[in-house]
Design a protein around this ligand. Structure first.
Ligand code: NDP
Length: 601
């Protein structure tokens, strides 16, 4: 196969050396301990700014299915249960409405990063046509509310409520659930969809607590201070303000264009640049949609997207975007190879070459967009595309051409300190009125720490002790010792990161099938056998190493900030043959009706 023009000009050895040097610059001994939780004086950073507290009487009743978390996981599971006639579902949610991440994250520019056609759940069932290829936050939130209404999930939901305990009552074969609102109710089944990235974290910058100006975390956007709204109205109260945003991850990339357009002066404080590829968002044409949305369309799109971006065998690419691009490139390279050369090593080499090529294009995009050469150099990402969350945006880079916007690049070191009047980097002090923390969310910490409670299963077994040496499950859903409990999340299943909802939709379908079977055969208690769980976990851990979170990557939450992975992270693996194969396997497992590995009593 002839080498492409880009291929010929790439000096791979020099690039690798640069990648290593940039990573080494950022490695630090404190790893994730560099961050601080939003506690004590920072408690206000996680308060609900959307709604006032609603008073209500506690509940002490029984439901068939209780679900912790009102995001996509709870909604799709609740919907699938309703479809099989289990309507007695209670979702318990900390926020004041459904939506999960889309309830909390209402910052300007919030938008799905994965195409709406595959990202927004239950489009076909609800009959909703997304307005854009990548829908904005309010539309996604409205879809959550639509699901809630259509499947009557509002009727039993408890909002502004945090679960404080869930304990299996062996005698009555039901879960006892308690909350911070004094509720104590029971449920035959318990679903857990508490989300992987929902506890805001703050950078451990010295002096952070001394700042005397205004400040907030991106997941609790303060429109009262900035003006504007989540629907896109300009942030009109910032015209005379000097604003700093600390962090340049996927969230900041979406926010910066809006701040740049509104703030008197904007400082974008960067430790590591994101890779920012093209977005090319556009409205969805109703006529086109009508031709596509034939029965079964969303499942076909989901499978096609997963097939394309996670190394499947799809012939066509329905979504066609940055997520599928690298797979398209790898496939086209491999297709040119004779059959006997199609080895794993050849695939890894093809992946590496395509990645170099892709990242060179992303860096070239910075040069062609940014007018100031120093700023352009600082905005280039020197790592493989999947070392950090890839970003896609067409207005982020141009924002740095505005005279009022200044990139404060910390050369991998981070902010030196925060003062009562601003912040300091490399000995220079910047006075600001407002600091916005785009510093992300707690990841990879113990389940009970993020969920806020530690489920207690059979014979007093806590989840924290069951998972002391890492997660153990069958399909990421069933956990031995926790009868009638179902986890809805990606790990130990498909582990598909580019489209989390696909994991959730399939888990919801599985749970409804299992519960439907348990109720139909009159054996309502379902639990995974220990040996089945053991075999599943072993199969997963014996699989190929993850490309995501590789130790040679620049530090970030994908690789535990460059430190040894924790037990929780090591066990957050997926089906060795990949997400597409996993979804096919799970479908066969469900459809067979044998539910191999589960016991029903
Ligand atoms: P991230 O954890 O990705 O980013 C945190 C940022 O804060 C990084 O740029 C980090 O730098 C920076 N930072 C941390 N400490 C310091 C410091 N001391 N000084 C200066 N900078 C510092 O959080 P995000 O909220 O951006 O994204 C979290 C995740 O949410 C994403 O990865 C993605 O999964 C999801 N998301 C999805 C979206 C979508 O689908 N639409 C949109 C937005 C987010 P460094 O890189 O050096 O650590």
């Amino acid at each position: 196969m002839p080498a492409s023009a880009t291929e010929l000009t790439i000096d791979k050895a020099a690039l690798l050396a640069r990648y290593v040097a940039e990573r080494d610059k950022r490695l630090r001994t404190d790893g994730t301990a560099q961050y601080q939780r939003t506690e004590g004086v920072f408690e206000r950073y996680k308060l609900d700014v959307q709604a006032d507290r609603i008073e209500r009487e506690p509940v002490f009743d029984h439901v068939t299915f209780a679900f912790v978390g009102g995001g996509f996981a709870g909604l799709v599971t609740g919907a699938r249960l309703a479809e099989i006639g289990v309507t007695d579902v209670r979702i318990v949610e900390k926020g004041s409405d459904f939506g999960g991440t889309w309830y909390w994250n209402r910052y300007p520019g919030a938008q799905c990063d994965t195409a709406s056609m595959v990202y927004m759940p239950l489009l076909e069932e609800t009959g909703h046509r997304p307005s854009e290829k990548y829908a904005h936050g309010p539309e996604i939130l409205a879809q959550c509310e639509r699901i809630g209404r259509q499947y009557r999930l509002y009727e039993k939901a408890l909002f502004q409520t945090e679960v404080t305990g869930a304990e299996w009552d062996k005698t009555a074969s039901r879960w006892i659930i308690s909350t911070n609102r004094g509720d104590r109710f029971t449920a035959t089944y318990l679903g857990l969809g508490t989300g992987p990235l929902h506890v805001p974290k703050l950078p451990g910058i010295p002096g952070i607590e001394t700042f005397g100006g205004h400040s907030f975390h991106t997941s609790r956007w303060d429109y009262a201070y900035t003006g504007g709204d989540a629907e896109g109205a300009p942030l009109d109260r910032l015209a005379d303000k000097r604003v700093a945003i600390i962090g340049t991850g996927a969230t900041a990339v979406q926010i910066v264009p809006h701040l740049a357009a509104a703030a008197g002066k904007l400082f974008v404080v960067q430790r590591t640049p994101s890779s920012v590829d093209v977005r090319e968002n556009r409205p969805i044409d109703p006529d086109w949609f009508a031709t596509v949305a034939t029965p079964g369309w969303q499942r076909r799109w989901l499978e096609n997207f997963t097939d394309n971006q996670a190394g499947g065998n799809a012939r066509d690419d329905l979504v066609q975007d940055g997520w599928t691009d690298i797979s398209r490139r790898i496939r086209s390279r491999l297709m040119g190879l004779p059959r006997e050369q199609m080895t794993q090593a050849a695939m890894i080499a093809a992946y590496e070459d395509c990645d170099f090529e892709k990242m060179e294009e992303i860096r070239a995009r910075v040069d062609t967009t940014i007018t100031d050469t120093t700023t352009a150099q600082a905005l280039k990402a020197w790592y493989r595309q999947l070392c950090k969350r890839p970003c896609f945006h067409d207005a982020y880079l141009p924002a740095f051409n505005q005279p009022s916007t200044e990139l404060v690049d910390t050369d991998g070191k981070g902010v030196d300190r925060i003062t009562p009047t601003g912040f300091a980097v490399a000995g220079r002090e910047y006075a600001v009125d407002c600091i916005i923390f785009a510093s992300g969310f707690e990841v990879g910490s113990d389940y009970e720490k993020r969920a806020g409670f530690d489920p207690v299963g059979r014979d007093g077994l806590t989840l924290s002790s069951a998972w002391r040496d890492g997660m153990r499950s069958l399909h990421g859903i069933h956990v031995h010792g926790f009868p009638n409990a179902f986890f809805v999340q990606p790990a130990q299943g498909a582990n598909l990161i580019s489209n989390i909802p696909h994991n959730l939709v399939e888990a919801g379908r599985t749970i409804a099938t299992v519960v439907g079977h348990a109720l139909a055969v009159g054996k309502p208690v379902v639990e995974v056998a220990e040996n089945a769980q053991q075999a599943w976990v072993e199969q997963l851990l014996d699989g190929p190493p993850r490309l995501l979170g590789a130790p040679d990557c620049t530090p970030g939450y994908y690789n535990n900030e460059g430190q040894e992975p924790t037990a929780a992270m090591r066990s957050a693996v997926g089906y060795p043959a990949g997400p597409s194969a996993y979804f096919r396997y799970l479908d066969d497992w469900r459809m067979s009706g044998a539910f191999t590995g589960l016991t029903f009593t």
